[in-house]
Design a protein around this ligand. Structure first.
Ligand code: FES
Length: 278
């Protein structure tokens, strides 16, 4: 069926982010598709290893990088296990872009605060680079990023590049015991780093993505800083199969995450049957 037919993409580069997290840089095999493909920050795709099946990940690169897309994933099953062994020159399948997106134009003039844990950086990395590629349109850009250990931090080169910029404020932290002798960032959990570092919000939006426990303890901090549920965004990535509202695998009550999400505000999530427990 055409709807489920993947487009061919060539792996043009790979990067091992952590011992079990890998990034693939991908380019459409068909030059016409390469030219015409567009998407918006926050959208996702289904990536296939032929003979193994499909797996859902966000598009981790911003739409402003026109010549390729990137995906970053942890090997957790047979598809991702197969994808992680792909090397430059190999061909995989891709369907997408699917889902809604971060309404970036509505963020103009606002201060943006990113609160991120571990492997949840890829979907927000797409948005962060999209913002940085249009930097003049936004206020302060602040990023609090943490992981269990230094080895678990993804995009280390980009973290260094963000740190070096005068128009980005970056705080990196690792859980106690996860530091190395030469670690120069903070030691502690993300919500603690957030409380210590982030200024009260007068004109801000927050983007929160990470393990449930990180989100749970970051929400009251954000509330204290003045963010209302309508000013806090997150993105859900799990539970997808078809990606196009057909299979009924992704729904929360009557809401299809693949169509109405994956990007939601905390206020929208509070209205879903799972409540604010995302
Ligand atoms: S993934 Fe199939 S309906 Fe959403």
């Amino acid at each position: 069926m055409r709807l489920y037919t993947p487009h061919l993409m060539e792996v043009i580069e790979t990067r091992q982010e952590t011992p079990d997290v890998r990034t693939l840089k991908l380019r459409f095999v068909d030059p016409a598709q390469r030219e015409s493909f567009t998407f918006l920050a926050g959208q996702f795709g289904l990536y296939s290893a032929f003979g193994e099946g499909e797996s859902t990940f966000c598009i981790a690169s911003p739409p402003t990088w026109r010549d390729h897309i990137e995906c970053t994933f942890r090997a957790v099953g047979k598809v991702t296990e197969s994808l992680r062994h792909k090397e430059a020159g190999d061909v995989i399948g891709f369907r997408g872009p699917y889902g809604n997106h971060f309404p970036l134009d509505e963020y103009r003039g606002k201060d943006l605060l990113f609160v991120v844990g571990g492997i949840a950086l890829p979907p927000l990395r797409c948005l962060i680079w999209n913002v940085l590629d249009r930097r003049d349109e936004f206020g302060a850009v602040r990023i609090v990023y943490g992981a269990r250990s230094v080895a678990d931090l993804v995009y280390k080169d980009e973290l260094a590049a963000w740190e070096a910029r005068s128009d980005v404020e970056l705080v990196t932290t690792v859980d106690p015991g996860g530091e190395t002798p030469d670690w120069k960032g903070k030691i502690g959990f993300v919500p603690t780093a957030l409380a210590e570092y982030a200024p009260p919000s007068t004109n801000g939006l927050a983007f929160v993505c990470g393990p449930p426990v990180m989100i749970k303890f970051s929400m009251p901090v954000l509330e204290k800083l003045g963010f209302t549920p309508g000013q806090i965004y997150t993105t859900l990535e799990n539970r997808m199969k078809c990606g196009v509202g057909k299979c009924g695998r992704c729904n929360i009550g009557g809401t299809y995450v693949c169509k109405e999400g994956p990007v939601f505000t905390a206020r929208e999530l509070e209205a879903l049957p799972m409540g604010s427990d995302y």
